[in-house]
Design a protein around this ligand. Sequence first.
Ligand code: SF4
Length: 268
Amino acid sequence: MSEKPVRHILGLSGGKDSTALAILLHKEIPEMEYFFCDTHKELSETYQYLQRIKARLGIKIQHLNAERGFDHWLDIYGGFLPSPKMRWCTKKLKIEPLEKFVGDDEAISYIGIRADENRDGYISTKPKIKPVYPFKERGLVKTDIIRLLEESGIGLPDYYRWRSRSGCFFCFFQRKYEWVMLAQEHPDLFAEAVKYEQEHSDGRRYTWTEGENLLELIARKDEIIAEHDKAVAKEKKVASNTSLAEALGSVLDEDDDDDDLPCLACQL
Ligand code: SF4
């Protein structure tokens, strides 16, 4: 009996790094299977970006979690919202769907960690899923990723103007400035995040962002924007030949090396 061939898989998050990885590999590995773990709570910009990737590269992207998104699991967890310390969302919406998708097959999972990042990253505890890091192997850094995106005609995701990461619109890892911008860009989603926060069910105060709830945060929005603008101006002064977009990206990205980050499936 012939052995089942090893599968090649690449998870697209709707972020810049996994997209650049697909650009780099789609011709080299034509049998690559692309997947997207859909939490049902993504920004519309993310879905548009996935469409753009499909059209430009001529690839198919399988959506995992198509039936059961965040709200289903929130019910199962008794209305208890996830947090950096209780990340059931990553487990249920990203890791388990990936492991189900692979089943008992042997697979090589291609991961978009750059050579200028200091992380190994999680993908799966399953021994049959072997992670590989093509950017690291080839010494590709952030400027190479931006170049790949530009040359392909795909470019950066539209949300990159105001937010550095893909993932749920209410992700508790987002910065305070990104919350302010969510309120500006998607007031309906901001209102939904406020509702989640207010309906959190364990009787204790829950806040998506540290130290204040979203209504308190938005009342301070001018202060938060001013702090952010100051950081961008400082970044631009340090690297004087940097464009405004790059300076903004650097400020939003600056905690990329923090250990306390969402799983890579949420982020790259
Ligand atoms: S993006 Fe954030 S909220 Fe969504 S699954 Fe990942 S860690 Fe959880």
